[in-house]
Write a protein that binds this ligand. Structure first.
Ligand code: PGA
Length: 260
């Protein structure tokens, strides 16, 4: 059985005082949730990772980064933070290939693959993001797009590396738009991702990897999404900045683990 995972992607939001208030509220509200049923991750902007690390001390909530350098070794890479540095700071998860980075920073499949390799080398768990645009959905290219992104991300990985990944399906048209995919649309793509994993590796690996859905998840639609057999949790943007919303989403995910 796969344990639910919910990751909050704060994107470029936060200030020192605001972060403290949010994390304090979150830790209080999340305290009743059984750790055995859910992993919770918070991904603040890199500049606040050290602050959030301190605030999370002693809690079961893990720290995640929104990005990592594609270069593994220290060197002349101005502005980059390596996976080894993130690990040194206590980061455990890293978002890789988020659609905002693919679009705004022109991140390629090759760079995504290099980032995955470098994260794995330093013991970080990559949360690899894939998803189609509205145009691709409307022209019937969803599975082509998802397989191309999965191929780009996974083709150079050994099985023992691939089994450490988390994959997030985030349809671009659903991110920050309030237009979530229906649970059927999301389940359909998640099932496709499992089939892909099964043929690229094997059925055991495909059944063991956690697949998250992301794109306008909130406390109202979370339960129905997480009830789907191939959806193991969520990657949450806007709603992760509100402690009540985020806690309700985590509760829905934990319940889905309990109910199988
Ligand atoms: P959203 O963002 O929940 O605000 O749609 C999700 C994400 O981009 O990870």
């Amino acid at each position: 059985m796969r344990k639910a995972l919910v990751a909050g992607n704060w994107k470029m939001h936060g200030r020192i005082e605001q972060n403290r208030v949010l994390v304090d509220a979150l830790l209080t509200q999340l305290s009743g949730l059984p750790e055995a049923d859910i992993d919770v991750v918070i991904c603040p902007p890199q500049v606040y990772l050290a602050q959030i690390k301190t605030l999370l001390q002693g809690s079961a909530v893990a720290l995640g980064s929104q990005d990592v350098s594609r270069f593994a070794a220290d060197g002349a890479h101005t502005g980059d933070s390596s996976a080894a540095m993130l690990n040194d700071l206590g980061v455990r998860y890293v978002l890789i290939g988020h659609s905002e980075r693919r679009h705004e920073q022109s991140e390629t499949d090759e760079q995504v693959a290099a980032k995955i390799a470098s994260a794995l080398l330093s013991g970080l768990t990559p949360i690899v993001c894939v998803g189609e645009s509205l145009e691709q959905r409307e022209s019937g290219q969803v599975t082509d797009m998802i397989s191309a992104q999965l191929k780009g991300a996974l083709s150079s990985l050994q099985r023992a590396e691939a089994e450490k990944l988390v994959i997030a399906y985030e349809p671009v048209w659903a991110i920050g738009t309030g237009k979530t995919a229906t649970s059927e649309q999301a389940q359909e793509v998640h099932a496709f991702i499992r089939e892909y994993l099964s043929s690229a590796f094997d059925e055991d690996l495909s059944q063991s990897i956690r697949l998250l859905y992301g794109g306008s998840v909130n406390s109202t639609n979370a339960a129905l999404l997480f009830e789907q057999v191939d959806i193991d949790g969520g990657l949450i943007g806007g709603a992760s900045l509100k402690s009540d919303e985020f806690t309700a989403i985590c509760r829905a995910a934990a319940l889905s683990t309990i109910n199988g």
